[in-house]
Design a protein around this ligand. Structure first.
Ligand code: SAM
Length: 205
């Protein structure tokens, strides 16, 4: 990392990495763990967001905002917006405070609730989506999201190698989409990377 992210954001990312590791090691309740992305996975997601010039980002699974921070920093130059969903109001409040510490909270629309229900209420379109909540409802989330995708959209999902059974239905649903390019990258816990193009003429590609 040299010019990106800024030193201020980088310092906060390191702090959150250390906090997340220490906190999760002593927290026996899964629902209260931060479960942040692995740093290399987060870095790859940021590279994809920046290089695809993402502007309308949807994150499913805010936690305390580690990945939200990466995403927000990645879309700032284009004046984009990250919509981030979590069912835990407590964790989302931590995320809000973390993002505010580096002046990035105005780039995030925090939504608290069950992801599938929240997605139904969102307008979209989204050109970049990260699935990082519970794997079992990811298929239902994808289903509700499809009509809200931009003509060209990147769809990412973490935990593909760590939770292959739980995420199998999501991967099958992704593979069945038309005009799709998909690969699983063996980084961190395994990242599904899909590029979905409604039709080339419409997408202007
Ligand atoms: C793996 S953590 C997200 C980590 C975060 N992306 C990061 O890297 O910092 C998953 C989060 O999703 C939330 N979550 C799990 N299932 C959910 C659901 N069905 N609807 C909304 N939030 C959910 C949990 O509360 C938890 O904070």
């Amino acid at each position: 990392m040299k010019d990106f992210p800024s030193p201020e954001v980088r310092r906060l990312l390191r702090e959150l990495e250390e906090f997340g590791k220490a906190h999760d090691a002593r927290e026996p309740r899964q629902a209260r763990r931060m479960l942040n992305l692995e740093p290399a996975t987060a870095q790859l997601i940021s590279i994809l967001a920046r290089s695809s010039r993402a502007r309308r980002v949807l994150e499913i699974g805010t936690s305390n905002g580690y990945s939200t921070l990466w995403l927000a920093a990645s879309i700032v130059p284009r004046g984009g917006l990250v919509t981030s969903i979590d069912r835990s109001a407590e964790k989302q409040q931590m995320a809000r405070e973390n993002l505010a510490r580096v002046g990035l909270s105005t780039y995030v629309d925090f939504r608290c609730g069950e992801a599938t229900e929240v997605i139904s209420m969102l307008g979209g379109p989204f050109d970049f989506v990260l699935f990082d909540a519970d794997r079992t409802s990811a298929t239902a989330q994808l289903d509700r999201l499809l009509p809200k995708l931009a003509p060209a959209a990147v769809l990412l999902a973490d935990n593909v190698l760590s939770h292959p059974v739980e995420i199998a239905d999501y991967l099958a649903a992704i593979e069945s989409l038309p005009h799709l390019q998909h690969v699983v990258v063996p980084i961190g816990k395994g990242l599904s990377v899909a590029f979905c193009q409604a039709n080339s003429a419409e997408a202007g590609l």
